[in-house]
Design a protein around this ligand. Structure first.
Ligand code: PGA
Length: 254
């Protein structure tokens, strides 16, 4: 990474834990993360535990993020949805948008992801836009076209929508599989995404933090984060253990 970009490590807890687990894990990360104040640290617990996690990290530099956000803004008859404004109200700073599990299991198309992205920004949240190809797409030589379509759906012709946002490149075949992308594969995808943004705005491309996600562990984090276009990680499984997550933060802190 370059000096002008902030490093960020975000933990995606997915549908794990309960109230006690969430408070304890957030508290343990908060207690250990004071050594890494120059990097961004984010925790994304399930919706019911957001407020407790926000309370546990209060007064530290750690931010809390949601794992998803409604495409609709404000209030309304949208049973089961949680708006960006509500997420802000319970202490969220970030929201994941377009995680591959949302795309593959819950029907979040590129158009839905774009609407959620816009709703997150309108609410004052920092969106972490997740992009990534499946193994079939990679093997079929479609990695770049898939990433381009996912990115373009959000960016359109105006890279300004990416200012103050974060991108996470997460190859679907590496998520929860133990099969991490090699540092070279991660770098190639990140460089492609950054290059595509640069065709619209070089400044925004240069400043946008881009995280790698997919089986990041303490043992492989440093070599991934050493790549010039990898500015940190979006961590699933390893974020459920404070010691592992803090070791990954240490790798990002360098
Ligand atoms: P993983 O998940 O670290 O368990 O592979 C990453 C993610 O889905 O964000």
């Amino acid at each position: 990474m370059t000096e002008s970009r902030k490093r960020i490590v975000a933990g995606n807890w997915k549908m794990h834990g309960d109230m006690d687990f969430s408070s304890e894990l957030a508290g343990a990360v908060a207690a250990g993360a004071s050594d890494y104040e120059h990097i961004g640290v984010a925790l994304c617990p399930p919706f019911p535990y957001l407020a407790a996690a926000a309370e546990a990290v209060e007064g530290t530099h750690i931010h809390v993020g949601a794992q998803d956000v409604a495409a609709q803004s404000g209030t309304g008859a949208y049973t089961g949805e949680v708006s960006g404004q509500m997420l802000r109200d319970v202490g969220c700073w970030y929201a994941l948008v377009g995680h591959s599990e949302r795309r593959s299991l819950f029907g979040d198309t590129n158009a839905v992801v774009a609407a959620k992205y816009q709703a997150a920004r309108e609410a004052g949240l920092v969106p972490i836009l997740c992009l990534g190809e499946t193994l079939d797409e990679r093997d079929g030589g479609q990695m770049e076209s898939v990433l381009a379509a996912q990115l373009d759906a959000v960016m359109g012709d105006d890279a300004d929508v990416l200012s103050d946002a974060v991108i996470a490149y997460e190859p679907v075949w590496a998520i929860g599989t133990g099969r991490t992308a090699t540092p070279e594969q991660a770098q190639a995808a990140h460089a492609f995404i950054r290059g595509r943004i640069a065709t619209k705005s070089d400044t925004i491309a240069r400043h946008l933090p881009m995280l790698y996600g997919g089986s990041v562990k303490p043992a492989n984090a440093a070599e991934l984060f050493a790549q010039p276009d990898v500015d940190g990680g979006l961590i699933g499984g390893a974020s459920l253990n404070a010691e592992d997550f803090l070791a990954i933060c240490a790798a990002a802190a360098g």
